[in-house]
Design a protein. Structure first.
Length: 157
């Protein structure tokens, strides 16, 4: 995939502020509105822009506990991994899940109101999943950097 300087400027601007109007975006990147809109739509169609969303403040919403959970599973068969993936994807507390290498098989990013809610999530949900063998919880003390924009500086011209 080849992205030119305008495409990269569009992506950087939208990562910074996804609520920019097309006119604001066009002004910022130095294009007129019509070609800017065509480029944005093309980036959406080819999957470079996967969607738009608001960034919510978890603390303000009463979701004050962030936990990163390493999960080991019993078997690495495709069926078991698919079941685990489907189950974890449906859990609202899990805001991201990754298949990883290393000590764990999966890394889950979980957000809950408090320790009591985490205990309930752990005992009533995760530990009841049939393929789960081991769970290691790491509690976030403070968020130093939340998910930021993707680094686009490496993309070729």
């Amino acid at each position: 995939m080849k992205l030119d300087a305008y495409d990269r400027r569009i992506l950087n601007a939208l990562q910074r502020d996804g609520r920019l109007t097309n006119v604001q975006l066009a002004d910022e990147i130095g294009l007129s509105a019509s070609p800017c809109l065509r480029r944005v739509r093309h980036l959406e169609e080819i999957g470079v822009i996967g969607g738009y969303q608001a960034t919510l403040n978890a603390d303000a919403l009463g979701l004050g506990l962030t936990v990163f959970i390493g999960v080991k599973v019993d078997r690495h068969h495709e069926d078991e991994a698919q079941k685990f993936h489907q189950t974890v994807s449906a859990l609202p507390e899990v805001i991201s899940a990754h298949l990883v290498s290393g000590e764990s098989d999966f890394l889950l990013h979980v957000v809950v109101p408090d320790l009591r809610a985490y205990d309930q999530f752990l005992s009533q949900t995760l530990l009841k999943m049939p393929s789960v063998r081991d769970i290691r919880s790491n509690f976030a003390i403070r968020t130093l950097k939340a998910q930021g924009p993707l680094p686009l500086g490496h993309l070729p011209d």
